[in-house]
Design a protein around this ligand. Structure first.
Ligand code: B3K
Ligand code: ZN
Length: 902
């Protein structure tokens, strides 16, 4: 069963397609050859591009001859020379993925290749391709092999130069990594630029951009006084929308010095924004982003867009140290750079805004995307053991669970200990390609720490379930917490070991105050909690065994335990806390994260209970105590408004479905809608007041206070729009009409769009008319419609596929319309199979254009076994249809075949 669409049409000899090959971590071998310098020369053309590579090669073991295997996909080899001598057929082998030099010299030599590529025909957005008339590259993970023959693996680190030659009027700007060494005009209306990167780097960090771009310029002076030129390159028309990106970049540069002592290391830092790009990329000194992650103005971007830009610009910038200066030995180690860099961007955003709100958002994301991955057929450890296509492993597990793993080091070591570990990591490994063990060892050695079985977090897949029971002994004044943990089997890992879990705990007294903690009995030893005479209110228990008890001493009254404060480990926690305990913590816990968490646990219980009612045809009811709890939260003026917005938002439908034996999207949707509407009905006056109090027509500002105000007002508006009365309908419509920024306008539109009817149709038409020339806003309009829960929405989405503003080739548009559709669980999982059929057809179409986008979509089918038999059969049929499609990519094949194998 062959699934490779990468076969090179222009190879010397076109070989047969190979079967999908699984690559294993255990098979890692050191390369036989290293590359020292790499001089590239690009002649960019309208039909074809010629790439010359001049590489100095060093055998790992001098004097030993073995074949040099170069990766190459969709390349036409024009010539290959060693030390200036042209190789003849017989000196090398060429297949659809490799150029193999059978017996190269056993001492240092120069390899020169000339290849021809066709960027204009490349729709995969990997390698060198065109986006809106500009040349652009994306090389991570294995895209460099679509540019030239190379040992395309991250442990090959070399110093690059890059000469670019192109038509001057079509491509006035020529960019690559490092410093601009030389530029000038050439005959025939052409010009050139020569770039030199003084730092050695793996090929995945190579970048080239050529096109008609203008820059917003600024400078940043580093802590040692060097002036760095900052440039953000966009089409001229978009220049006014780059102010926030520049602000974000400068803030990130400053923060990395303040918090990690990391200074920027070159004299120039370029950012390019292009419309056709998958996310963003940290290429050395030439970061490339999808436009939606750079461009923002108050009228066209929401608070969420502004926050995403801040986070992603920060993320890519932070990679300069965590990823570029210290990189990965092999792709299995991806979390070494991604988990760490996500952790760093989370901390950056927390420091720039509200820490609790950021944490709530990050934990919600983890639960929605990572927990479900961990519970399905694609479950894999933070460091996967094998892959068919590495691109399929840029996952919530590697990124977000990986970030939680880094966060646990910090929780265990404290801020200073963590910083010491980071410093040692950079000191030991600057300029190297390393492994997750190297990171672990730096943390351990810098702190003389005993980490017990912590490394299991990298190798064991699945979300640990931890159960806690508590008991108070009034006579002995002790309070006991008993922990038991399990990790369910995941594909390939039937038996699991107990994990090392840091559980941050506080004890809350009857008046809602934290109690000082004195000492804990654990495994026959009494350990003091307080340090240096300071009172301690939160301590971190290290749970490392299947079953374990911790007993707090000197506890003066029966406390309510606040468990897993700040969400100190990526686990599912069950406890014996009663509803009254949870309402108490919701009202009083000093740990704001746990206040939110208490509300969410209550809401989840309540929703599950009503799901049972719905399934048994009993009437749905809303517990008055819950309404009261929500009312107290919205009236608590001491709370951050964005926190209130989060605290009154019900858990998502997916989260509830995950807690069910058999997921029932219709029941969950009905229950969530009922509770929303009922809360709106019972708290209508309070909600109306909140809209009034938090409305503002002042100039848009991206800051905490204003974002929090907008978040609260717009969350409440979403509630009010569920009601049927004229007053609220008019209110929501007026909010839409009077909005002066996209955050307010789009929230009001989303509120109106919840209910089918004339008001919805008119508002959607009005919005499109206003913004039809701004494709980023139009993408929001697509996503809003496709993710709608209105009954039978699949037909509307089908119609939108042929809308004049839609283009399947652009990943952001595809994710808005097709990806957005998956967000409506009731429509995607419609019992007639219409949602599955729609997605199945689109995956097949998309796969021919861009396998990475297609495999991102197909994962929505992965957990088909969670549903009833009818849905199972319908989803399975789509997976089978996709997997039997001729010419299917390895990307989609890997996800489908693993999903079917369960
Ligand atoms: N390192 C890139 C990811 C590239 C994904 C390629 N399929 C962006 C990031 O995580 O920073
Ligand atoms: Zn990253």
């Amino acid at each position: 069963m062959k699934k490779n669409q990468d076969s090179g049409p222009n190879s010397f000899e076109k070989s047969k397609m190979d079967a999908p090959k699984e690559i294993f971590l255990k098979d890692y071998k050191l390369p036989d050859y290293y590359f020292d310098t790499v001089d590239l020369s690009f002649s960019l053309g309208e039909e074809k591009t010629i790439v010359r590579a001049n590489i100095s090669v060093i055998p790992r073991v001098d004097g030993v001859t073995c074949p040099l295997v170069l990766d190459g996909v969709n390349l036409k080899l024009i010539s290959v020379k060693i030390n200036g001598n042209q190789l003849q057929e017989g000196d090398f082998e060429l297949d659809s993925r490799h150029l193999i030099l059978t017996s190269p010299p056993s001492v240092n030599f120069i390899l020169e290749t000339v290849t021809e590529i066709l960027p204009q025909k490349n729709t995969s957005l990997e390698g060198l391709y065109m986006s809106s008339g500009n040349f652009c590259t994306q090389c991570e993970a294995e895209g460099f092999r679509k540019i030239t023959f190379y040992q395309d693996r991250p442990d090959i680190m070399a110093k690059f130069t890059c000469r670019i030659e192109a038509d001057k009027s079509l491509y006035p700007v020529l960019l690559s990594n490092g410093n601009l060494i030389e530029q000038g005009d050439l005959e025939g209306g052409k010009h050139f630029a020569l770039w030199k990167d003084p730092f050695k780097k793996p090929s995945y960090l190579f970048a080239l951009v050529a096109g008609q771009l203008e820059s917003r310029d600024d400078t940043f002076t580093t802590c040692s006084g060097r002036k760095v030129d900052l440039r953000i390159w966009v089409p001229l028309v978009d220049l006014p929308k780059t102010e926030h990106a520049m602000y974000s970049l400068k803030a990130a540069m400053e923060w990395d010095v303040d918090v990690f002592g990391r200074e920027y290391d070159l004299d120039v830092f370029n950012i390019v924004s292009v419309p056709d790009f998958l996310g963003a990329m940290e290429n050395k000194s030439l970061n490339i982003f999808s436009s939606k992650l750079v461009l923002a103005s108050p009228e066209t971007a929401t608070d969420a867009d502004y926050a995403a830009i801040l986070g992603v610009i920060g993320h890519e910038y932070f990679h300069n140290w965590t990823g570029n200066r210290v990189t990965c030995r092999d792709w299995f180690q991806l979390s070494l750079k991604e988990g760490l860099t996500v952790f760093r961007d989370q901390e950056f955003s927390s420091d720039m805004g509200s820490r609790t709100v950021k944490r709530i958002g990050d934990v919600s994301r983890l639960r929605t995307y990572q927990f479900s991955q961990d519970a399905g057929p694609m479950a894999h450890p933070v460091r996967p053991h094998s892959y068919i296509k590495m691109d399929n492993f840029y996952t919530a597990t590697v990124y977000n669970k990986g970030a939680e793993v880094v966060r646990m080091y910090k929780t265990l070591l404290g801020s200073q200990g963590f910083r010491k570990g980071m410093d040692l990591y950079f000191e030991r490994h600057d300029g190297q390609a390393v492994t997750c063990e190297d990171f672990f060892a730096a943390m351990r050695d810098a702190n003389n720490a005993d980490f017990a079985n912590f490394l299991l977090w990298y190798s064991q897949a699945g979300t640990p379930s931890v159960n806690v029971t508590s008991s108070y002994n009034a006579e002995a004044r002790t309070f006991s917490l008993k922990f038991s943990q399990t990790v369910l089997p995941t594909p390939g890992q039937p038996i699991k070991e107990p994990m090392s879990i840091p559980v941050a705990v506080g004890l809350v007294n009857s008046s809602g105050k934290d109690m000082p903690l004195s000492s804990i009995y654990h495994e026959g030893k009494l350990e003091s909690v307080s340090s240096g005479g300071q009172l301690v209110y939160t301590t971190v228990l290290r749970v490392t065994k299947g079953e374990e008890e911790f007993v707090f001493s000197d506890v003066s009254e029966k406390p309510t335990p606040s468990l897993l404060r700040g969400y100190s480990a990526p686990i599912r926690l069950q406890s014996d806390l009663t509803d009254d305990d949870l309402f108490f913590l919701l009202a009083h816990d000093s740990d704001e994260f746990n206040r939110w968490e208490a509300g969410q646990i209550l809401a989840r219980k309540l929703m599950l209970h009503q799901v049972v009612n719905f399934q048994s045809d009993n009437p749905l009811v809303l517990d008055p105590q819950f309404v009261h709890g929500i009312k107290c939260i919205i009236l608590d003026s001491s709370l951050d408004k964005e926190f209130i917005a989060k605290a009154i938002t019900l858990p998502g439908e997916g989260e509830i479905m995950d807690m069910m034996e058999v997921a029932d999207p219709d029941a969950v949707h009905a229950v969530r809608s009922f509770i929303k509407k009922q809360l709106a009905f019972e708290l209508k006056q309070e909600f109306l007041n909140l809209v009034d109090e938090n409305r503002s027509t002042e100039k848009y500002e991206f800051n905490d206070v204003n974002m929090a105000r907008r978040a609260l007002k717009n969350t409440v508006l979403g509630y009010l729009a569920c009601l049927e009365d004229k007053e609220t309908n008019e209110l929501v419509l007026n909010e839409y009409k009077n909005a002066t920024n996209m955050t307010d306008q789009f929230s009001a539109l989303a509120a109106i769009a919840q209910k089918p009817g004339k008001a919805r149709d008119e508002a959607l038409a009005n919005f499109y008319n206003q913004w039809q020339n701004d494709y980023l806003v139009v993408n929001k309009w697509f996503a809003l419609q496709s993710s709608s829960d209105i009954p039978g929405n699949v037909e509307n989405v089908r119609k939108l596929l042929s809308h004049q503003s839609f283009d399947l080739k652009n990943p952001d548009k595809a994710f808005s319309l097709i990806g957005g559709f998956r967000a409506s669980l009731v429509n995607f999982h419609a019992k007639d199979g219409s949602g599955y059929k729609f997605l199945g057809e689109l995956v097949v179409q998309l796969d021919k254009l861009n396998p990475q986008v297609a495999s991102g979509m197909v994962s929505a089918f992965s957990r088909w076994k969670r549903f009833d038999e009818t849905r199972q059969n319908l989803a399975k049929a789509q997976l089978e249809m996709i997997v039997s499609t001729n010419g299917l990519s390895e990307h989609v094949y890997e996800i489908c075949s693993k999903s079917l194998a369960v």
